[in-house]
Design a protein around this ligand. Structure first.
Ligand code: GMT
Length: 376
């Protein structure tokens, strides 16, 4: 198949998932065309089955806001027509689904019928998409997609709750390459961060308000009162400086390392004892799944779709949003009991296997095939 993938090229979960999907499809022999404004961060290796098309957005003195969506739709038309794509799979509704609708209509006038599949990822529905500035366009373009998928049951329900969706939304949960994350810890890394055998906690995100990163700092400060520990913050975003300020205020800044955006998450996860995810909402929580694939138990909130991956008392613990005391106690329970921590480690890894890339990719292929046979 010749598949076009449109996504955000950044570290965000939707871009990571879309890129990993494209890479996996290419490995299975499909021809994959990424259409986006920048090379996706996870597109890190040459593969002759992958072609990257950069969307150029020319500037003009008149444009205070260069029209990316128009440039994207035009690039879609060009790639679909000239590379004879079989279908277009767009990740994150805004503005990808509406640009795809525009491209589809332009091509239809030329007798080219391209199926469009839209995968909803989270904030495109729960946060940004619901804003009335975007909602009518989001609703329309989702309904005009040939197929709609959501990354969790929770996101499917949220979408029906907030938008007048007239079509079936299929749930295809996110996946992880468990093999990639099953790394042996690099002792030198662990020693550099925790030289005296301290326990190592980890948080990775885009540091947006929704992640509640200050809760992570507060949990860590509670843990520090009882045992020697270090905390690694991976990623960057608007709340980073607030988290840094709080760590100074609580007197734990010397035990917290903010390392910024990192590509080699598998090496970082391999040295961690616990992954903390304190979000107010997560449609899925891909970062938590990657942690579990690396055998790292997750202490998270019970928001959104997190309970669909993190199993309470097995792969980690779930707590109400903002319940710092309970999350601290759960973390201490694991960190003080090596045997229990190891049991949770195994269970987390086992649970991740259910979301392994090799089980989920065929589901996407089957979905694609349904639309290809319809078009023949
Ligand atoms: O978490 C973010 O803020 C990034 C965002 C994105 O669209 O890249 O992540 C969303 O999609 C991920 C991949 O499907 C999910 O794992 C995240 O849970 C979801 N984020 C939210 O719902 C807040």
């Amino acid at each position: 198949m010749k598949i076009g993938i449109v996504c955000y090229p950044t570290f965000g979960g939707s871009g990571v998932l879309a890129t990993e999907l494209g890479k996996a499809l290419a490995q299975k022999g499909h021809e994959v065309h990424f259409i986006t404004y920048q090379q996706p961060v996870r597109l890190d290796r040459f593969d002759p089955h992958i072609i990257y098309h950069e969307v150029q957005v020319p500037t003009y003195p008149l444009f205070d806001f260069p029209p990316y969506e128009t440039a994207l739709a035009s690039t879609m038309v060009d790639v679909i027509k000239n590379r004879q794509l079989d279908l277009l799979h767009v990740h994150y509704a805004i503005p990808h689904a509406s640009a795809a609708y525009m491209a589809k209509q332009i091509l239809a006038k030329e007798g080219i019928h391209i199926p469009v599949i839209t995968t909803l990822h989270g904030t495109d529905i729960t946060l940004v998409g619901r804003d009335k500035t975007y909602a009518p366009v989001v609703t329309f373009s989702i309904n005009e997609s040939d197929a709609i998928t959501a990354v969790s049951q929770n996101l499917r329900e949220e979408t029906y709750k907030y938008f007048a969706i007239t079509k079936e939304i299929e749930v295809i949960r996110n996946f992880v390459d468990v093999n990639r994350f099953s790394r042996k810890p690099i002792d030198a890394f662990r020693k550099a961060i925790a030289p005296n055998g301290e326990k190592l906690l980890l948080h990775a995100s885009n540091f947006r308000k929704i992640k509640r990163v200050t809760d992570v700092v507060r949990i860590f400060a509670n843990i520090k009162k009882e045992l020697p520990a270090k905390l690694l913050f991976v990623g960057d975003g608007p709340e980073r400086s607030t988290a840094e300020d709080l760590s100074r205020e609580l007197g734990v800044c010397n035990d917290i390392l903010f390392v910024g955006k990192q590509e080699q998450m598998e090496d970082i996860l391999a040295i961690a004892d616990i992954f903390l995810l304190t979000s107010e909402y997560e449609s899925f929580g891909l970062a938590a799944l990657e942690a579990m694939a690396a055998g790292v138990p997750v202490i998270s909130t019970d928001a959104g779709g997190l309970a669909e991956i993190n199993i309470h008392e097995k792969t980690g613990f779930l707590s109400p949003v903002g319940d710092v005391a309970t999350m601290s106690n759960y973390a201490l329970r694991l960190l003080k009991d090596e045997k229990l921590l190891n049991t949770f480690r195994k269970k987390a890894h086992q649970q991740a296997l259910q979301f392994d890339i090799h089980t989920v990719i065929p589901t996407y292929e089957k979905l694609y095939e349904r639309f290809l046979s319809k078009n023949k």
